[in-house]
Design a protein around this ligand. Structure first.
Ligand SMILES: Cc1ncc(COP(=O)(O)O)c(C=O)c1O
Length: 368
């Protein structure tokens, strides 16, 4: 049945998604930690009915994301923005359960309008785990969060929660744990004065082999020591390995190596990988037929990666890129006017639904 769907398409498999969601539920049951989905990573709301059974709500980076979380996911709606406009605040105060400010100036400016809801402040703890400077929240001159303890203490009477986002693709429990200890040591007095603490996203606790019980113990003891409700903001950890980008080979050319060109584009459909210069993943890439697989945009570096296929590729061969849920659909774009991949969901009962197809009219209406 899936074979009949025209490529390119993103295929979200709810059974695979459920594997992550059950781990998120496990963490809640054994540590009391709530998880809110980071919509910046994944906003494909057709699977929110399933996700909202296991997660506690959403967190956002903008008014539109917050609105989407409020309307389509429900439960708790957390708002964060690097900088709010007065118009954002007017709308957000009606739909948010928690509103987290990035600076003391913004918090003071908007406090009167939002004092009836939970107000939080983002802190830059000065330590982080990231493989990429681009994504390192505490990089030199970072604008993400308040650094000065004096500044934080000056507005503590106005906030009842704090947020630290200091991990990025961190699958190493030991470094997570050590950094949390350092944060506890540095901000202990502040932590005793708030009711909730968000530890942000970027922790790969749903990965196979992650010591999830130790993770739960750590979160639980942190929460008990400071009498706080702990939140996590998983994006990638919630949806990892639940989606493929399915493409078809349109042409094979040669320039020293064999180059297969597919009917999609890394720049338009998996942009994050291009930004971070990491190849797309293909499962079962273990044969002896070597190809560079590229996109069909005019960008010279529109390259998915180099792979070893079991069978020789031919025109019409299907290539499925793995792990295609996070930071893909939210960043897809109409560069070169290339056919945008449809969004397809394989439901828990095995039924395959095409939930969104993009047509010329969508391209047309994207600009004017
Ligand atoms: C504040 C905040 N929370 C959560 C996330 C989600 O991170 P991830 O998708 O790596 O879990 C991010 C990612 O940049 C973030 O900036």
């Amino acid at each position: 049945m899936i074979k009949k769907i025209e490529t390119p398409y993103y295929l979200i498999d709810e059974k695979k998604l459920l594997k992550n969601l059950k781990k998120i539920e496990y963490v809640k049951n054994f540590s009391g930690t709530k998880s809110v989905l980071a919509l910046k990573c994944f906003s494909t709301w057709s699977v929110f009915d399933l996700m909202s059974k296991y997660m506690d709500g959403t967190t956002s980076s903008s008014l539109y994301e917050a609105k989407l979380g409020y309307e389509q996911f429900g439960k708790e709606t957390h708002a964060f923005s690097v900088a709010y406009s007065p118009k954002d605040i007017k709308a957000l105060k009606k739909i948010s359960d928690k509103i987290i400010f990035n600076s003391v100036f913004q918090l003071k400016m908007f406090y009167k309008e939002v004092e009836h809801i939970d107000v939080g402040l983002r802190i830059n703890p000065g330590i982080s785990y990231s493989h990429f400077d681009l994504a390192d929240p505490t990089r030199k001159y970072s604008r993400l969060g308040v650094i000065s303890i004096k500044d934080i203490e000056s507005i503590l009477d106005k906030v009842n929660g704090v947020m630290f986002h200091y991990n990025c693709e961190n699958d190493d429990f030991k470094t997570f744990s050590k950094m949390l200890d350092k944060i506890a040591l540095k901000y202990g007095e502040i932590l005793h004065k708030v009711k909730w603490v968000s530890l942000g996203g970027g922790i790969y606790f749903t990965k196979d082999g992650y010591p999830i019980d130790k993770f739960c113990e750590k979160l639980k003891s942190f929460s008990e020591k400071y009498c706080v409700q702990v939140y996590l903001e998983p994006g990638e950890a919630a949806i990892t390995k639940s989606c493929e980008l399915v493409t078809t080979v349109l042409d094979i050319v040669k320039n020293i190596k064999d180059i297969a060109i597919v009917d999609a584009s890394i720049e338009a459909h998996m942009l994050d990988l291009l930004i971070y210069r990491t190849p797309a993943k293909i499962d079962l890439d273990t044969g002896k037929h070597n190809y560079i697989v590229t996109g069909r945009s005019c960008l010279a570096g529109d390259v998915f990666g180099q792979y070893q296929f079991k069978k020789k590729l031919k025109i019409g061969s299907i290539i499925r890129f793995a792990d295609a849920a996070g930071y893909t659909m939210v960043k897809k774009n109409w560069f070169n006017g290339i056919q945008m991949p449809s969004i397809v969901v394989k439901r828990l009962n095995g039924k395959v639904e095409i939930i969104k197809q993009f047509l010329y009219d969508d391209f047309l209406s994207n600009l004017s």
